[in-house]
Design a protein around this ligand. Structure first.
Ligand code: 5AD
Ligand code: SF4
Length: 422
């Protein structure tokens, strides 16, 4: 979502006549698009802002701006805390960014109204021609008790289907071969405009209109991951066989405190159904460890759920309290050491599950979308399978953005090695 926000803000600025530079030193304005879902993300932004202090002293005309979630959450407080900051603009303030930069050049400014805004017709300045991000909903109504997102992104709002399809038509015309539908909970798409979720219908329509485009989506909420959606995934050839389904925790007690709206058994039932209807589908997840009051028993439930879900990959986070959320009022009494130790035990199990999953691909010939030369070795290309796994293989950089067949030769933890097939 942040990546998309940045592309949107850059697009709006490009239309207003701004140009991007590679070097902050050459810039008239530096803009940070931010996340505040965890404390660590926020701390990094403070670090980056600190780094710009001397640059601002040398060039007082430089406008420094913070946009997006952290801006929304902190507002004026950010201007007070970082005196060399000029502009704070929230998650609903992108449309006016060019005017805001001009104004902030004269006097520091914070704009954080959550008054809604229309994405339709707003330009995008995309980083990759072949992969595109398309928001289908904004905001979130789930109010998971640990999560700041509903406070900083506002209530859930679905984009009209016509507007989404028009945007995708444009993206495909420009050469996009992979579309990623975005939303805090894509599974509830349409609830606010049709009275019921119609995400399955959107998938089917996308599949019919753009059969040659790889279709992905994030994020699914297990509670709303219905049989209709699973059937649409099974039926639509363009939908990639990888689902990101955050479990967060395995203990029913903790899931209830988190306000997630499902139990461990319900989650496992969704996974079983998905694996039955979409054989070979890979599943990734998010796990939130050390929620206030998590006991060893609760943690063992998470380990058990991980074991039985056999996730192909996972992101693990240690809980950090977010001011203004219900969970932030609960005593966070677990010693740091215990949190770290649970994190490591979980990581160890997850690592072996990922390795097992990657090893199953050894010897297989798979279609991949080539992203470009690998960061480490320009003679090697990096690509992604439909199952969302990374394969590196020697090849011509000209293949970037193309879909090719590769033979997987060796599985690693983070990526697999292969070679072009035939
Ligand atoms: N602390 C740690 N992790 C969090 N997440 C959301 N809120 C918090 C928090 N307060 C994690 C969840 C979510 C992912 C995007 O970030 O696991 O799925
Ligand atoms: Fe946060 Fe829950 Fe909404 Fe995800 S579904 S954005 S975790 S409140």
């Amino acid at each position: 979502m942040n990546r998309h926000d940045s592309e949107r803000v850059a697009g709006i600025l490009a239309r207003a006549g701004w140009r991007e530079t590679r070097e902050a030193r050459e810039a008239d304005a530096v803009i940070f698009m931010t996340c505040c879902v965890r404390e660590g993300a926020e701390n990094r932004v403070y670090g980056h802002l600190g780094d710009l202090k001397t640059m601002k002293q040398e060039n007082p005309g430089l406008v420094i701006a913070v946009g997006g979630c952290m801006a929304q959450k902190e507002g004026e407080r950010l201007l007070e805390r970082v005196p060399h900051l000029d502009l704070v603009f929230g998650t609903h303030q992108f449309t006016g960014i060019a005017e805001l930069l001009e104004e902030a050049g004269r006097e520091p400014l914070s704009m954080t109204g959550l008054n809604g805004f229309e994405l339709g017709g707003l330009p995008l300045s995309r980083r990759e021609s072949f992969r595109a991000w398309v928001p289908i909903t904004s905001g979130c109504n789930n109010y998971c008790s640990y999560c700041i997102v509903p406070m900083v992104r506002g209530v859930e709002k679905s984009r009209p289907r016509k507007e989404i399809l028009a945007e995708v038509v444009g993206l495909v015309r420009e050469g996009a071969t992979e579309i990623n539908l975005l939303g805090q909970n894509v599974n509830s798409y349409g609830r606010d405009i049709c009275g019921r979720p119609v995400f399955d219908e959107l998938l089917r329509e996308m599949d019919a209109r753009f059969p040659n485009v790889w279709l992905r989506f994030v994020t699914s909420h297990p509670r709303d991951f219905s049989d209709h959606i699973i059937e649409a995934i099974a039926d639509c050839d363009s939908v990639c066989e990888h689902i990101h389904l955050p479990i967060q925790a395995g203990s029913d007690r903790v899931l209830e405190l988190m306000n997630r709206g499902y139990t461990k058994d319900y989650f496992l039932g969704r996974i079983a159904r998905l694996r039955e209807r979409v054989p070979g589908c890979t599943i990734s997840t998010d796990i939130l460890l050390a929620f206030p009051g998590e006991t060893e028993e609760d943690f063992l439930e998470t380990l058990d759920a991980v074991e039985r879900s056999a996730f192909d990959s996972a992101f693990t986070f240690i809980y950090s309290p977010r001011e203004g959320t219900p969970a932030a009022r609960l005593p966070d009494s677990l010693p740091r050491q215990v949190k770290q130790e649970r994190f490591e035990r979980l990581q160890e199990r997850l690592r072996s599950l990922t390795l097992e999953s990657n090893r199953r691909d050894e010897g297989r010939t798979l279609e991949v979308l080539v992203e470009g030369p690998s960061a480490k070795n320009p003679a090697v290309l990096t690509a992604r399978t439909r199952h969302h796994k990374i394969v590196n293989f020697p090849g011509d950089p000209e293949l970037a953005g193309r879909r090719v067949m590769v033979v997987v030769e060796k599985a690693g933890l983070w990526s697999m090695q292969g070679s072009l097939a035939g």
